[in-house]
Design a protein around this ligand. Sequence first.
Ligand SMILES: Nc1ncnc2c1ncn2[C@@H]1O[C@H](COP(=O)(O)OP(=O)(O)OP(=O)(O)O)[C@@H](O)[C@H]1O
Ligand SMILES: [Mg+2]
Length: 268
Amino acid sequence: MSSLSVSNSHSKSNEVAVSVQHLGLTYTTAIDRRPTLKARVKSLGRGTKQTRTVHALNDVNLDIAYGQVLGVIGTNGAGKSSLMRVIAGILPPTKGRVEVFGSVSTLLALGVGFNPAMSGRANVHLGGLAAGMSRKEIEYHFDEIAEFAELGDAIDAPMRTYSSGMYARLAFSVAATVQPDILIVDEALSTGDAAFKEKSFNKIKELRSEDRALILVSHAMATLKEICNDVAWLHKGALVQRGNPSVVVDAYQEFLHLGKSAVIDEDL
Ligand SMILES: Nc1ncnc2c1ncn2[C@@H]1O[C@H](COP(=O)(O)OP(=O)(O)OP(=O)(O)O)[C@@H](O)[C@H]1O
Ligand SMILES: [Mg+2]
């Protein structure tokens, strides 16, 4: 099914779009810790490498249905982006599984698949292709995308020269035009300036549909409260609470202000 098709014979509302089951993700990174002389002598010739292991996600269970606008919140390093990367298929799970219901091209994670060495223009084509658009469709929508992003001449400059706000603008414009069935927006709403923030906020409101699932990762609590019908709170790789946006956001903010684990313990 093309992600651009508009006519749907029946509403997909309440059907599962994404199912996350017992998801675990562990990063193992080789680190360059300068060894002490003693350690160096001990490991001499054995070539032992030091690694750092981070359990970014731990037994996360989460179903996201069509018609849902799910906000994902949590402190820095809580595992939000990691969860989005696994849902988008960029990283394989270490444990558990993620199922996406719909064709692969229906899911678009913002800015994923962009190549910083290439121009904004070339990346619009890449992003469009990744989302299942044909070259013709991309050509047809190009002006609309470029106009929404308001990048002017910068559209022909390599994306590595873009500010993070400019990058977010283009990524968001592609997504808003492609209108995928499942859209993941990780923090792009916060990087834009006030004018673009308002514009993308309105666009997301427009994108809300019974036939679409939106996942918005953000630290902008007021925005999430206004735009989402569901919020999930991640803490240290685990899902702490999920449900009514006001209830979950308030609990999270209380936790932030308290700066202790009282709320978490209660909810686990
Ligand atoms: N590529 C990576 N390699 C190793 N560790 C990583 C990698 N990406 C993230 N991590 C670690 O995984 C944990 C979760 O990070 P993640 O980026 O998912 O957090 P986040 O909730 O998105 O935070 P933020 O609000 O700052 O965006 C952190 O401890 C982080 O250091
Ligand atoms: Mg993140």
